[in-house]
Ligand binder design. Structure first.
Ligand SMILES: [Mg+2]
Length: 289
């Protein structure tokens, strides 16, 4: 496989099996690359406390950390590490309070619409700094495996159909966009098989921000980058998983790899390798320049 100067990758389901699982194998695979100056970028919807139990600073040396970046919280936070090995946010996309409350209202309206029109129950998680999660499968618990399971897709589609939602997930995405417009907000709704997430930023903002920094500081171009994830697969025609948001006009010239074996369509250009976490870590081990 081609040698890359920067490797962007999802965390849950790509580098580790679950966020509670030990990160030892991922850390061991990352270290030699960081030592060689290859930039590693963790791109995840979660927050820094949930990456390697918040212990990244202890697991790597200060020198290694200078080549590590984090794009977290669905576009909210972009981290680098300082000379002392401490993580700091170098750019954020946190909406102000008014916008955040409007996002809450938008999600509540989506919830009301689904109950009124379809008797479809949802729960909403409000406690995120820049988006809400609307749980579309309130009776399904993912446990500690927070990434998408293939069977969930069918379950969700069946549940939506049973409630008469004929337009499927696309209908929900469009609903989110049109309610957002009423508030003057261009929302970035995303969907996996359990959650409809509504906010103003996405993984696209993380990869664009961090790639721009790498370009500026090290002259790294998108062609020299790989982007790995486990959620590229299409849930419906035209609606792809959260990792597909790493594909942007700025990053498009890079190489995109999916370690999921879920059947379905991927955005153009994504190479489906399957093999899960093991496949990604094997790539890291062989990626030394
Ligand atoms: Mg994932």
């Amino acid at each position: 496989m081609k040698k890359y100067k920067a490797i962007f990758f999802d965390w849950d389901g790509t580098a580790v099996l679950s966020r509670k699982a030990p990160a030892d194998a991922a850390v061991a695979a990352m270290k030699p690359l960081l030592q060689k100056g290859i930039k590693l970028v963790i791109v995840s919807g979660t927050t820094i406390e949930n990456i390697a139990q918040g212990k990244l600073e202890e697991l790597f040396t200060k020198e290694e950390l200078t080549n590590l970046y984090l794009g977290l919280g669905r576009g909210a936070y972009n981290y680098a590490f300082d000379e002392e090995g401490r993580a700091y946010v170098f750019q954020d996309e946190i909406p102000n309070k008014k916008t955040l409350l409007d996002i809450h209202r938008i999600c509540f309206e989506i919830h009301c619409h689904l109950v009124e029109k379809y008797d479809y129950e949802t729960d909403i998680v409000f406690s995120r700094p820049n988006y809400c999660k609307i749980d579309l499968m309130v009776k399904e618990n993912r446990g500690t495996n927070l990434f998408m399971q293939e069977s969930e897709l069918d379950l969700l589609k069946d549940t939506m159909k049973a409630h008469g939602i004929k337009g499927g997930l696309l209908e929900l995405i469009e609903l989110a966009s049109s309610v957002g417009e009423q508030y003057g907000i261009r929302v970035a709704p995303t969907c996996d098989a359990k959650y409809l997430e509504v906010g103003v930023s996405s993984k696209s903002d993380n990869v664009n921000t961090i790639l721009a920094r790498l370009q500026k500081e090290c002259g790294i171009t998108a062609q020299e980058c790989a982007f790995w994830g486990d959620e590229y697969v299409g849930i419906e025609p035209g609606i792809y998983g959260s990792d597909s948001f790493m594909i942007t006009p700025e990053t498009r010239a890079g190489d995109f790899f999916d370690v999921s074996e879920a059947t379905g369509e991927r955005p153009e250009g994504v190479k489906v390798l399957g093999g899960g976490v093991g496949r990604f870590l094997k790539f890291l081990k062989n990626a030394e320049c």
